[in-house]
Design a binder for this molecule. Structure first.
Ligand code: NAD
Length: 253
């Protein structure tokens, strides 16, 4: 009970892909957003802001590198300063790198864990510190960290598996405050990350993989955003500590 009908959300990685689609989905649900972007991001965060405005919502873009403490702190504070409240935090920022074990340096490992795992914790810690009522936390994991072995991506898989444990623990710890925590586990989704052939499947690889998915295609960012919106909404008021796989049937084949 008592989940926010309207409210304010922070979304990391909001300048592209699943994060951007989530900002638009939240606008349609009447939720104001502050999106975090990364300076190294090739995508213009104004595109997200414009898409949210077109959907009738409010959106502010803030530079927020989740590899450090200051980015998530500034992001969460911006929500309070701008909207006077913070109810929802979506951790969608992430990097994807291909690295066979023999080439997996300590530095590459640390960078991956620093963004894809520690970055999620920082995002939630900064947000929860500013939540004054019920709320929702949502982490974007991956089938690679949940239910599917993906070779040459051990550091990514380890980070994404870590996220699931992080969320389960926070679900229990924060339930007395009315703060829920859940994860989505996307399969293959067409975004800049998966279209990058150096680290993921690339355009042709995605097309080929799509044919082998029961749904017959890869997913769209909006299809993950719809699951995120549900898990953060009052409709999911009794759902916490859970993982929702959004993969077109890939892992139940
Ligand atoms: P994307 O590359 O469009 O989005 C990732 C975003 O994270 C980018 O905007 C990027 O700038 C941002 N980012 C990277 N490093 C950052 C940092 N240090 N600080 C702040 N932001 C940073 O790709 P996407 O597919 O939308 O990825 C969103 C999430 O979904 C990621 O966590 C990704 O691992 C996860 N995911 C994607 C797929 C897929 O098939 N696309 C599958 C499973 C999980």
């Amino acid at each position: 009970t008592g989940q926010p009908q309207r409210g304010a959300a922070v979304i990391t990685g909001g300048a592209s892909g699943i994060g951007r689609a989530t900002a638009v989905a939240f606008a349609e649900a009447g939720i104001d957003t502050v999106i975090g972007y990364h300076t190294a991001d090739p995508h213009d965060p104004r595109e997200t802001v414009d898409a949210v405005l077109a959907a009738g919502g409010r959106c502010l873009a803030v530079e927020a590198d989740v590899a450090g403490h200051e980015g998530p702190e500034g992001l969460a504070q911006a929500a309070v300063d701008t909207y006077g409240r913070l109810d929802i935090a979506v951790a969608a920022a992430g990097i994807l790198r291909r690295a066979p074990l023999a080439e997996l340096s300590d530095g590459a490992w640390d960078d991956m864990l620093g963004v894809d795992l520690t970055g999620v914790m920082r995002t939630f810690r900064s947000a929860v510190a500013r939540m004054t009522g019920p709320g929702a936390l949502l982490a974007v994991s991956s089938i690679a960290g949940g239910v599917y072995g993906w070779g040459e991506h051990a550091h990514y898989a380890a980070a994404k598996a870590g996220v699931l444990g992080l969320v389960r623990s926070l679900a229990v710890e924060l339930a007395p405050r009315g703060i829920r925590a859940n994860s989505v586990i996307p399969g293959l989704i067409e975004t800049p990350q998966s279209l990058d052939a150096r680290n993921s499947l690339g355009p042709e690889g995605l097309r080929a993989a799509g044919a082998g998915i029961p749904a017959g295609r890869v997913g769209r960012p909006e299809e993950v955003a719809a699951a995120i919106r549900f898990l953060c909404a009052p409709d999911a008021s009794y759902i916490t500590g859970q993982q929702l796989v959004v993969d077109g049937g890939l892992t139940v084949r």
